[in-house]
Design a protein around this ligand. Structure first.
Ligand code: AMP
Length: 222
């Protein structure tokens, strides 16, 4: 069976992170979210964090050299050698080329791209209720995905916070960046026959069931 080298594509707030966490559990490979990596760097005030801050606050993309260097390092870690789920990278056609180059050096390639389709209206609604764990970055929602104890992460007990860039102005900017720069990838990947489109809706079966079904359909588990 092939190692799952997966990209999750979708607008901010499409439910990428939530699905990536569940897929990661189902497949036993790490979720690699460039946004989470940046937020860790911001918290620790590293050089990468200092460079990235202005871009993130404005809802713009951090320059490719910075993002790609950070990703290259993460892909070298031992847990990423048996597959990975990329969440938030690539976000442009140029980043897709960079990724192909990084993987080719390791004799690997992307074998599945999952696009989560959601309307903008729904996204704005969702992002306004989003919270994340300040410690482990697990995603929550004030209405759709409440923690067991208010304000506390179910997984690690960390404090739940609203992201600085989840404000109406930055949300609008991030959606514009998605449509202009990231969406062309949804038109690029079908050419290689590895794109699957899924809807970001609550299902009666639950997310774990759905992600296991999808993983089976894609041939990553039996
Ligand atoms: P996210 O958590 O994926 O919504 O990302 C939050 C912010 O981090 C984005 O609005 C960008 O400023 C930055 N970021 C995350 N991933 C990338 C990427 N692949 N390229 C450039 N900037 C990124």
């Amino acid at each position: 069976m092939e190692k799952p080298n997966i990209i999750l594509l979708g607008a901010p707030g499409s439910g990428k992170g939530t699905r990536a966490v569940v897929l990661s559990e189902v497949l036993g490979v790490p979720q690699i979210a460039t946004g989470d990596l940046f937020r860790k760097n911001l918290k620790l005030m590293t050089e990468i964090g200092k460079v990235a801050k202005g871009y993130i606050d404005r809802g713009e993309l951090v320059p490719d050299e910075v993002t790609a260097a950070m990703l290259r390092q993460r892909l070298e870690e031992p847990d990423a050698q048996n597959g990975f789920i990329l969440d938030g990278f690539p976000r442009s056609v140029n980043q897709a080329k960079i990724l192909d180059g990084l993987l080719a050096q390791k004799g690997a390639k992307i074998n599945s791209v999952i696009y989560i389709k959601v309307d903008d209206e729904e996204i704005v609604k969702r992002l306004s209720g989003r919270m994340i764990c300040s410690k482990c970055q697990a995603p929550y929602h004030k209405i759709d995905n409440k923690p067991k104890r208010e304000g506390v992460c179910d997984k690690c007990g960390g404090e739940l916070v609203v992201r600085d860039d989840d404000n109406p102005d930055t949300i609008r900017k991030r959606l514009k960046v998605f449509h202009e720069t990231t969406f062309p990838l949804v038109e690029l990947y079908p050419k290689s026959g590895i794109l699957s489109e899924i809807k970001s809706e609550k299902s009666a079966n639950g997310l774990k069931f759905d992600m296991a079904e999808l993983s089976r359909r894609l041939g990553f588990i039996k």
